[in-house]
Write a protein that binds this ligand. Structure first.
Ligand code: NAP
Ligand code: G4F
Length: 332
C-alpha cells in the first residue's frame, strides 16, 4: 500500500487530493495544525480514513516527526497562507508560511525520507505582471504581491533541492482553481455564496473590488489529479496546470447571477477596500506540456464550475436557513 503525506489537507485542494488518493488505495497521512476551533468541514466524509499528524509548517521539528512517522512514498506540500489579499497586511507571516516553510518541508524530507517523491504547490500568481501571454513553464516571473514573492521562493528552492540533492521534487504551477470548498473570501466563492443569499432574500448587495481582472479558472477536483500525475512520471519536472481560457470578474458575476435569473448590476457595489495595492491584471495558462506528458485534461468548464458552485451554495444556505428557523421555533 502506497503512503502519502499531505500538508494542508483540511484546505480545498488537500481535501480533494486526500479523497482521490484514498480511492486509489493509498494510506493517507494528513498534517494539521492546532487551531482554537478545528474545522474539518472539507474532510468530513473521510475524516476517519486519514491518519492525523500534528504539526505546523513553521515548526521544522514537527515536520520531521511527521515524515518519520508516516514514511511517505509521496509528499504533497499544499499548506500555505494562500490568500493573496492577506499577504499585504501580513507580509512576514506570509513569508514564513508560504516561503521559508517550503525549505522546512524539503529539509524534513531530505533528512528523514530522501527517496520520497515531493510535490510543491506553486502558483500562477508568480507570473504577476505577465511577461508573455499565455504563460508557460519558461515564462519569467514578476510577482505583484508578498504572496507571489513567497511562492517564487518556494518554487526555486524546490528546483534547487532537485538539482542539489537529486530529490524527486516537482513543482506544479497551478492557475486559479475553485470549488464549493473554496474559502469564502476568494472571489468565485464570495460571488456564488452572495448569489445564493440574495436569491433567498438574506442579502441585499455585494461589495466587490476590481471587476476587470482576468483569470484562468478551473475546477480543483481536476487539478489534484495533475499533482498526482506529476509524481507518477519517470523524472521530476515542473508543469503549468490551467484551462487555457480566461474570464473577467465581471463575466464571473454575469455567469453566476444570470444562472438564478438575477442581474448583477442591480446588486454589485464597488468598494475600495477590495481593490489591491498592486493587481495581477490577467492570467492565462498554456498547459500543453502537462497535456502531452501527463495526459492531463480538464473535465469541467468555467460555466459548469460556476453553476455547480451556485447550486451547492443554494443548497447549503437553504439548509442553514431551515435549521435557524427550526431553532428559533424551539427557542420561543
Ligand atoms: P487553502 O484552502 O487556503 O488551504 C490551505 C491549507 O494550509 C489549510 O489546510 C490550512 O490549515 C493549511 N495551513 C496554513 N497555514 C499552516 C501552517 N502554518 N501549518 C500547517 N498548515 C497550515 O488553500 P488551497 O486553495 O487548497 O491551496 C493549496 C495550495 O495551493 C496552497 O499552497 C496555495 O497557495 C496553492 N495554490 C492554490 C491555488 C488555487 O487557486 N486554489 C492556485 C495555485 C496555488 P487550516 O485549515 O488550519 O487553516
Ligand atoms: O479569488 P482571488 O482572491 O484569487 P487570486 O488573488 O487570483 O489568488 C488565488 O489564485 C492564485 C493562483 O493564481 C493562488 F495562488 C492563490 O493562492 C489564490 O488561490 O482574486 C481573483 C481576482 C483578483 O484580481 C482580485 O483583485 O478577483 C479580483 N477581485 C475583485 N473583487 C476580488 C474581489 N477578489 C476577492 N478575493 N474579493 C473581491 O471582492
Amino acid at each position: 500500500m502506497k503512503r502519502a503525506l499531505i500538508t494542508g489537507v483540511t484546505g480545498q485542494d488537500g481535501s480533494y487530493l486526500a479523497e482521490f488518493l484514498l480511492e486509489k488505495g493509498y494510506k493517507v497521512y494528513g498534517l494539521r495544525r492546532r487551531t482554537s476551533t478545528p474545522n474539518y468541514e472539507n474532510v468530513q466524509k473521510i475524516k476517519d480514513q486519514i491518519e492525523w499528524l500534528s504539526g505546523d509548517l513553521t515548526d521544522m521539528a514537527s515536520l520531521m516527526e511527521a515524515v518519520r512517522v508516516s514514511q511517505p512514498d509521496e509528499v504533497y506540500n499544499l499548506a500555505a497562507q494562500s490568500y493573496v489579499a492577506a499577504s499585504w497586511p501580513q507580509p512576514l507571516a506570509t513569508g514564513h508560511m508560504t516561503a521559508i516553510s517550503v525549505t522546512n518541508m524539503l529539509e524534513a524530507v531530505r533528512l528523514m525520507k530522501p527517496d520520497a517523491k515531493y510535490y510543491q504547490a506553486s502558483s500562477s500568481e508568480m507570473f504577476g505582471k505577465v511577461q508573455e501571454t499565455p504563460q508557460r513553464e519558461t515564462t519569467p516571473f514578476y510577482p505583484r504581491s508578498p504572496y507571489g514573492v513567497a511562492k517564487v521562493y518556494g518554487h526555486w528552492i524546490t528546483v534547487n533541492y532537485r538539482e542539489s540533492f537529486n530529490m524527486f521534487a516537482c513543482s506544479g504551477i497551478l492557475f486559479n482553481h475553485e470549488s464549493p470548498r473554496r474559502g469564502l473570501e476568494f472571489v468565485t466563492r464570495k460571488v456564488t455564496d452572495a448569489v445564493a443569499r440574495i436569491k433567498l432574500g438574506l442579502q441585499t448587495d455585494l461589495k466587490m473590488g476590481n471587476l476587470d481582472a482576468l483569470r484562468d479558472w478551473g475546477f480543483a477536483g481536476d487539478y489534484v489529479k495533475a499533482m498526482w500525475l506529476m509524481l507518477q512520471q519517470e523524472e521530476p519536472d515542473d508543469y503549468v496546470i490551467a484551462t487555457g481560457e480566461m474570464h473577467s470578474v465581471r463575466e464571473l458575476l454575469e455567469t453566476a447571477f444570470s444562472y438564478v435569473d438575477l442581474n448583477y448590476r442591480d446588486y454589485v457595489i464597488i468598494d475600495s477596500q477590495f481593490v489591491r495595492p498592486a493587481e495581477v491584471d490577467l492570467l492565462l495558462g498554456d498547459c500543453n506540456k502537462a497535456k502531452e506528458r501527463l495526459g492531463w485534461e480538464i473535465e469541467l468548464s468555467f460555466k459548469q464550475l460556476i453553476h455547480m458552485m451556485v447550486d451547492e451554495d443554494l443548497r447549503r444556505v437553504q439548509a442553514e436557513q431551515k435549521y435557524n428557523e427550526e431553532l428559533s421555533r424551539v427557542m420561543v
